[in-house]
Write a protein that binds this ligand. Sequence first.
Ligand SMILES: [Zn+2]
Length: 234
Amino acid sequence: MRHPAIRRHRAFTLVELLVVIGIITILIAVLLPALTRARKSANSIKCQSNLRQIAMGAFLYMHDYHDQMIPYVVNTSTYWPQLEVTYIKDQQVWACPDFPADYIGLPSANASNYGINYDHLANSTNGTPQPIALSRYRASAQLMFFADTQYSVPLKAKYGTNSFTAGFLRTYCPIDQAKLNTTAAKYLATNAGMDFRHNNMCNVVYLDGHCGQVSNPQVVADDNDLFDYYARPN
Ligand SMILES: [Zn+2]
């Protein structure tokens, strides 16, 4: 008489288990850099979309204010992002996905991960100097309007609280900074206050509304007159 077949459950051997773990580890090692690159690339695309909307907000503001360049600050306390609040409804626009700290909320002097071209574009208040009409700027396709800027908390710790605004809402012309003899100015002469957080590149929107990326050496060389140092308005 034959015994009924007994189904035997065979466990994995240790070797088989180690082989499977080894294969999974190799797969992760192969896929992880590609996934990281894809995520960084998606972050950069989102950041450029933010910059385009910030430029659009500035154009709308200028349209309502006789074509005058949007100022960095008015009445000593209302900064350019606050001037754009009327035109930009999505608060996430002020946050770069690759910024080291989360930022959600209304823009203020303490917020926004982006800075305006300060020294030769927006350095004006209601009074002095008079803002210049947008139409007077030449080479707007090479002239930086807004860019990724740095995280000011570590900068403050390093260079002192008076040297940097909390939100770091501006970029600095390296040529101008090089003329100043302070520790903070020397630091800014080497990076313009810009942050190269997208694979060592900084996202920029130009005065004609198109986006691009620049590296730190390109910014310091300034050979395309990114900050409008040589090509002053008419
Ligand atoms: Zn960014």
